[in-house]
Design a protein around this ligand. Sequence first.
Ligand SMILES: [Zn+2]
Length: 327
Amino acid sequence: MFPIHRPRRLRASTQLRRMVQENTLTASDLIYPLFAVPGNAVAKEVTSMPGVYQLSVDKIVEEAKEVYDLGIPAIILFGIPEDKDIDATGAWHDCGIVQKAATAVKQAVPDLVVIADTCLCEYTSHGHCGYLEVGDLTGKVLNDPTLELLKKTAVSQANAGVDIIAPSGMMDGFVTAIREGLDEAGFTDIPILSYAAKYSSAYYGPFRDAAESSPQFGDRRTYQMDPGNGKEALKEVALDIAEGADMLMVKPALSYMDIIWRVKEMTNLPVAAYNVSGEYSMVKAAALKGWIDEKKVALETLTSFKRAGADLILTYHAKDAVRWLNE
Ligand SMILES: [Zn+2]
Protein backbone atom coordinates (compact mmCIF):
# COMPACT_ATOMS: atom_id res chain seq x y z
CA MET A 1 0.00 0.00 0.00
CA PHE A 2 1.78 3.11 -1.21
CA PRO A 3 1.62 5.74 0.07
CA ILE A 4 -0.18 5.41 3.41
CA HIS A 5 0.50 9.00 4.33
CA ARG A 6 -0.59 11.70 1.96
CA PRO A 7 0.18 15.04 3.67
CA ARG A 8 -1.57 16.80 0.80
CA ARG A 9 -4.92 15.55 2.20
CA LEU A 10 -4.75 18.31 4.80
CA ARG A 11 -3.88 21.00 2.28
CA ALA A 12 -6.89 20.46 0.04
CA SER A 13 -8.89 23.59 0.89
CA THR A 14 -8.54 27.00 2.48
CA GLN A 15 -10.61 25.94 5.47
CA LEU A 16 -8.57 22.77 6.03
CA ARG A 17 -5.34 24.74 5.76
CA ARG A 18 -6.67 27.22 8.30
CA MET A 19 -7.56 24.39 10.66
CA VAL A 20 -4.10 22.86 10.70
CA GLN A 21 -2.02 26.03 10.53
CA GLU A 22 0.49 25.85 13.39
CA ASN A 23 1.46 29.50 13.68
CA THR A 24 -0.79 32.44 13.01
CA LEU A 25 0.19 36.08 12.90
CA THR A 26 -2.14 38.47 14.75
CA ALA A 27 -2.12 42.15 15.61
CA SER A 28 -1.36 41.21 19.23
CA ASP A 29 2.10 40.01 18.17
CA LEU A 30 3.21 43.37 16.82
CA ILE A 31 5.08 46.39 18.16
CA TYR A 32 5.36 49.51 15.99
CA PRO A 33 8.56 51.63 16.16
CA LEU A 34 8.22 55.44 16.07
CA PHE A 35 10.85 58.19 15.78
CA ALA A 36 10.20 61.39 17.72
CA VAL A 37 11.73 64.71 16.63
CA PRO A 38 11.42 68.25 18.01
CA GLY A 39 8.99 70.72 16.44
CA ASN A 40 5.37 70.84 15.47
CA ALA A 41 3.51 69.24 12.58
CA VAL A 42 6.72 67.57 11.41
CA ALA A 43 6.43 64.39 9.34
CA LYS A 44 9.66 63.79 7.46
CA GLU A 45 9.88 60.57 5.50
CA VAL A 46 13.09 58.57 5.94
CA THR A 47 14.55 58.28 2.44
CA SER A 48 15.82 54.73 2.89
CA MET A 49 12.60 53.58 4.62
CA PRO A 50 9.55 54.51 2.51
CA GLY A 51 6.47 54.80 4.72
CA VAL A 52 8.51 55.51 7.88
CA TYR A 53 8.61 59.07 9.21
CA GLN A 54 10.38 61.19 11.78
CA LEU A 55 7.44 62.71 13.65
CA SER A 56 6.99 65.61 16.03
CA VAL A 57 5.14 64.84 19.26
CA ASP A 58 1.73 65.99 17.95
CA LYS A 59 2.13 63.68 14.95
CA ILE A 60 3.34 60.84 17.17
CA VAL A 61 0.08 61.16 19.11
CA GLU A 62 -1.96 60.94 15.88
CA GLU A 63 0.05 57.92 14.85
CA ALA A 64 -0.40 56.30 18.27
CA LYS A 65 -4.18 56.63 17.96
CA GLU A 66 -4.10 54.99 14.53
CA VAL A 67 -1.89 52.17 15.82
CA TYR A 68 -4.22 51.59 18.76
CA ASP A 69 -7.33 51.63 16.55
CA LEU A 70 -5.74 48.95 14.37
CA GLY A 71 -5.44 46.72 17.43
CA ILE A 72 -1.65 46.86 17.73
CA PRO A 73 -0.95 46.77 21.47
CA ALA A 74 2.36 48.64 21.67
CA ILE A 75 4.73 51.19 20.19
CA ILE A 76 8.45 51.59 20.83
CA LEU A 77 9.81 55.13 20.89
CA PHE A 78 13.17 56.35 19.60
CA GLY A 79 14.21 59.98 19.90
CA ILE A 80 16.16 62.46 17.84
CA PRO A 81 17.12 65.34 20.17
CA GLU A 82 17.68 68.99 19.30
CA ASP A 83 21.25 68.82 20.63
CA LYS A 84 23.72 66.03 21.19
CA ASP A 85 26.58 66.03 23.71
CA ILE A 86 29.06 63.62 25.31
CA ASP A 87 26.83 63.08 28.34
CA ALA A 88 23.80 62.14 26.19
CA THR A 89 21.77 64.73 28.10
CA GLY A 90 18.83 64.36 25.72
CA ALA A 91 18.43 60.72 26.77
CA TRP A 92 17.92 61.24 30.49
CA HIS A 93 16.62 64.80 30.73
CA ASP A 94 13.04 65.06 31.94
CA CYS A 95 12.28 67.32 28.96
CA GLY A 96 13.86 64.83 26.52
CA ILE A 97 12.04 64.14 23.28
CA VAL A 98 11.11 60.54 24.16
CA GLN A 99 9.88 61.68 27.59
CA LYS A 100 7.67 64.33 25.96
CA ALA A 101 6.35 61.90 23.38
CA ALA A 102 5.63 59.21 25.99
CA THR A 103 3.71 61.60 28.24
CA ALA A 104 1.65 62.92 25.32
CA VAL A 105 0.83 59.44 24.03
CA LYS A 106 -0.15 58.11 27.47
CA GLN A 107 -2.43 61.13 27.90
CA ALA A 108 -4.12 60.64 24.54
CA VAL A 109 -4.18 56.82 24.37
CA PRO A 110 -3.73 55.53 27.93
CA ASP A 111 -4.30 51.90 26.93
CA LEU A 112 -1.54 51.76 24.34
CA VAL A 113 1.63 50.19 25.77
CA VAL A 114 4.54 52.59 25.38
CA ILE A 115 7.98 51.01 25.25
CA ALA A 116 11.06 53.23 25.33
CA ASP A 117 14.27 52.26 23.67
CA THR A 118 16.81 52.95 26.40
CA CYS A 119 20.16 53.79 24.86
CA LEU A 120 22.44 56.75 24.38
CA CYS A 121 23.57 56.57 20.75
CA GLU A 122 20.86 58.91 19.49
CA TYR A 123 21.93 61.50 22.09
CA THR A 124 25.75 61.37 22.16
CA SER A 125 27.68 63.74 19.92
CA HIS A 126 29.86 60.84 18.71
CA GLY A 127 26.95 58.44 18.12
CA HIS A 128 28.19 55.64 20.37
CA CYS A 129 26.03 53.92 22.97
CA GLY A 130 27.89 55.29 26.02
CA TYR A 131 30.91 57.14 27.38
CA LEU A 132 34.17 56.88 25.48
CA GLU A 133 37.68 57.25 26.85
CA VAL A 134 38.94 60.75 26.05
CA GLY A 135 40.62 60.62 22.66
CA ASP A 136 39.29 57.17 21.76
CA LEU A 137 38.51 56.88 18.05
CA THR A 138 37.59 53.22 17.92
CA GLY A 139 34.30 53.20 19.82
CA LYS A 140 35.47 51.32 22.90
CA VAL A 141 32.59 52.34 25.18
CA LEU A 142 33.36 52.52 28.90
CA ASN A 143 30.92 50.01 30.37
CA ASP A 144 30.40 50.89 34.02
CA PRO A 145 30.18 54.69 33.79
CA THR A 146 27.64 54.19 31.00
CA LEU A 147 25.43 52.12 33.32
CA GLU A 148 24.83 55.18 35.49
CA LEU A 149 23.51 57.12 32.49
CA LEU A 150 21.29 54.21 31.45
CA LYS A 151 19.86 54.05 34.96
CA LYS A 152 19.08 57.76 34.87
CA THR A 153 17.55 57.43 31.40
CA ALA A 154 15.29 54.55 32.43
CA VAL A 155 14.03 56.34 35.56
CA SER A 156 13.34 59.51 33.59
CA GLN A 157 11.44 57.52 30.94
CA ALA A 158 9.41 55.77 33.65
CA ASN A 159 8.64 59.16 35.22
CA ALA A 160 7.33 60.28 31.83
CA GLY A 161 4.83 57.40 31.76
CA VAL A 162 6.69 54.75 29.78
CA ASP A 163 5.30 51.24 30.43
CA ILE A 164 8.29 49.08 29.43
CA ILE A 165 12.00 49.89 29.45
CA ALA A 166 13.99 48.36 26.59
CA PRO A 167 17.76 48.76 26.98
CA SER A 168 19.54 48.23 23.66
CA GLY A 169 23.18 49.19 24.15
CA MET A 170 24.59 45.72 24.97
CA MET A 171 26.45 47.01 28.05
CA ASP A 172 27.42 44.29 30.53
CA GLY A 173 25.18 44.42 33.60
CA PHE A 174 22.68 46.88 32.14
CA VAL A 175 19.63 44.94 33.26
CA THR A 176 20.87 44.87 36.88
CA ALA A 177 21.68 48.58 36.82
CA ILE A 178 18.34 49.57 35.32
CA ARG A 179 16.37 47.24 37.62
CA GLU A 180 18.09 48.82 40.63
CA GLY A 181 17.40 52.31 39.34
CA LEU A 182 13.73 51.60 38.64
CA ASP A 183 13.18 49.84 41.97
CA GLU A 184 14.86 52.61 43.96
CA ALA A 185 12.61 55.14 42.21
CA GLY A 186 9.51 53.11 43.09
CA PHE A 187 8.95 51.61 39.61
CA THR A 188 9.06 48.00 40.77
CA ASP A 189 6.27 47.03 38.37
CA ILE A 190 7.84 48.33 35.18
CA PRO A 191 9.16 45.42 33.12
CA ILE A 192 12.47 45.33 31.27
CA LEU A 193 12.55 44.10 27.69
CA SER A 194 16.25 43.51 27.17
CA TYR A 195 17.88 43.60 23.75
CA ALA A 196 19.67 40.50 25.00
CA ALA A 197 21.20 39.23 21.77
CA LYS A 198 21.90 42.21 19.58
CA TYR A 199 24.30 41.70 16.73
CA SER A 200 26.65 44.17 15.10
CA SER A 201 24.72 44.19 11.86
CA ALA A 202 24.83 45.92 8.49
CA TYR A 203 21.04 45.58 8.44
CA TYR A 204 20.81 48.62 10.76
CA GLY A 205 21.90 51.01 7.99
CA PRO A 206 18.53 52.64 7.22
CA PHE A 207 17.68 52.93 10.96
CA ARG A 208 20.71 55.14 11.41
CA ASP A 209 19.24 57.50 8.82
CA ALA A 210 15.93 57.41 10.69
CA ALA A 211 17.44 57.92 14.15
CA GLU A 212 20.43 60.00 12.98
CA SER A 213 22.60 57.82 15.20
CA SER A 214 25.52 56.72 13.01
CA PRO A 215 28.77 56.54 14.96
CA GLN A 216 30.99 59.46 13.90
CA PHE A 217 34.03 57.13 14.01
CA GLY A 218 34.81 53.51 14.79
CA ASP A 219 32.02 50.95 14.97
CA ARG A 220 29.96 49.09 17.57
CA ARG A 221 31.78 45.77 17.46
CA THR A 222 33.19 46.13 20.97
CA TYR A 223 29.71 45.92 22.42
CA GLN A 224 27.34 44.40 19.84
CA MET A 225 27.75 40.72 18.99
CA ASP A 226 29.68 39.07 16.18
CA PRO A 227 27.28 37.66 13.54
CA GLY A 228 29.26 34.42 13.54
CA ASN A 229 28.32 33.60 17.13
CA GLY A 230 25.38 31.52 18.32
CA LYS A 231 26.36 30.14 21.73
CA GLU A 232 27.37 33.61 22.82
CA ALA A 233 23.77 34.73 22.30
CA LEU A 234 22.66 32.07 24.78
CA LYS A 235 25.27 33.31 27.25
CA GLU A 236 24.01 36.89 26.88
CA VAL A 237 20.42 35.70 27.32
CA ALA A 238 21.27 33.62 30.41
CA LEU A 239 22.97 36.65 32.00
CA ASP A 240 19.99 38.91 31.31
CA ILE A 241 17.59 36.34 32.76
CA ALA A 242 19.77 36.09 35.88
CA GLU A 243 19.77 39.90 36.09
CA GLY A 244 15.98 39.97 36.10
CA ALA A 245 14.96 40.73 32.51
CA ASP A 246 11.22 40.19 31.98
CA MET A 247 11.39 39.75 28.21
CA LEU A 248 14.22 39.11 25.78
CA MET A 249 14.93 40.38 22.32
CA VAL A 250 16.89 39.04 19.38
CA LYS A 251 18.00 41.67 16.86
CA PRO A 252 18.08 41.52 13.83
CA ALA A 253 15.49 38.85 13.05
CA LEU A 254 15.65 37.65 9.46
CA SER A 255 19.26 36.43 9.41
CA TYR A 256 19.00 35.25 13.02
CA MET A 257 15.97 32.95 13.05
CA ASP A 258 18.16 30.16 14.42
CA ILE A 259 18.99 32.41 17.39
CA ILE A 260 15.30 33.20 17.98
CA TRP A 261 14.63 29.47 18.02
CA ARG A 262 17.53 28.63 20.36
CA VAL A 263 16.58 31.43 22.76
CA LYS A 264 12.94 30.32 22.79
CA GLU A 265 14.03 26.75 23.53
CA MET A 266 16.12 27.79 26.55
CA THR A 267 13.69 30.11 28.32
CA ASN A 268 10.06 30.48 29.31
CA LEU A 269 10.26 34.27 29.09
CA PRO A 270 8.58 35.98 26.15
CA VAL A 271 10.93 36.43 23.19
CA ALA A 272 10.77 39.42 20.87
CA ALA A 273 12.32 39.63 17.41
CA TYR A 274 13.28 42.95 15.82
CA ASN A 275 12.51 42.92 12.11
CA VAL A 276 15.04 45.69 11.51
CA SER A 277 15.23 48.60 9.10
CA GLY A 278 17.41 46.87 6.51
CA GLU A 279 15.01 43.93 6.36
CA TYR A 280 12.15 46.37 5.81
CA SER A 281 14.00 48.46 3.23
CA MET A 282 15.00 45.44 1.15
CA VAL A 283 11.37 44.37 0.87
CA LYS A 284 10.25 47.95 0.10
CA ALA A 285 12.93 48.46 -2.54
CA ALA A 286 12.23 45.19 -4.32
CA ALA A 287 8.47 45.84 -4.15
CA LEU A 288 8.89 49.35 -5.60
CA LYS A 289 10.77 47.78 -8.50
CA GLY A 290 7.87 45.38 -8.96
CA TRP A 291 10.14 42.40 -8.32
CA ILE A 292 8.29 40.95 -5.34
CA ASP A 293 4.82 41.10 -3.83
CA GLU A 294 5.32 43.24 -0.72
CA LYS A 295 2.22 42.02 1.08
CA LYS A 296 2.96 38.33 0.57
CA VAL A 297 6.66 38.61 1.36
CA ALA A 298 6.07 40.70 4.50
CA LEU A 299 3.35 38.43 5.88
CA GLU A 300 5.41 35.32 5.13
CA THR A 301 8.44 36.81 6.88
CA LEU A 302 6.45 37.89 9.95
CA THR A 303 4.75 34.49 10.21
CA SER A 304 8.17 32.85 9.95
CA PHE A 305 9.36 34.80 12.98
CA LYS A 306 6.47 33.30 14.92
CA ARG A 307 7.35 29.82 13.67
CA ALA A 308 10.94 30.46 14.81
CA GLY A 309 9.63 31.15 18.31
CA ALA A 310 9.04 34.89 18.51
CA ASP A 311 6.17 35.91 20.76
CA LEU A 312 6.49 39.55 19.75
CA ILE A 313 7.73 41.22 16.59
CA LEU A 314 8.95 44.79 16.32
CA THR A 315 8.31 45.76 12.74
CA TYR A 316 7.92 48.80 10.49
CA HIS A 317 5.37 46.69 8.59
CA ALA A 318 3.07 46.46 11.66
CA LYS A 319 0.31 48.78 10.43
CA ASP A 320 0.34 47.36 6.90
CA ALA A 321 0.40 43.81 8.24
CA VAL A 322 -2.75 44.37 10.32
CA ARG A 323 -4.54 45.97 7.36
CA TRP A 324 -3.57 43.03 5.17
CA LEU A 325 -4.66 40.52 7.81
CA ASN A 326 -8.03 42.29 8.06
CA GLU A 327 -8.66 42.18 4.30
ZN1 LIG B 1 22.68 52.49 21.13
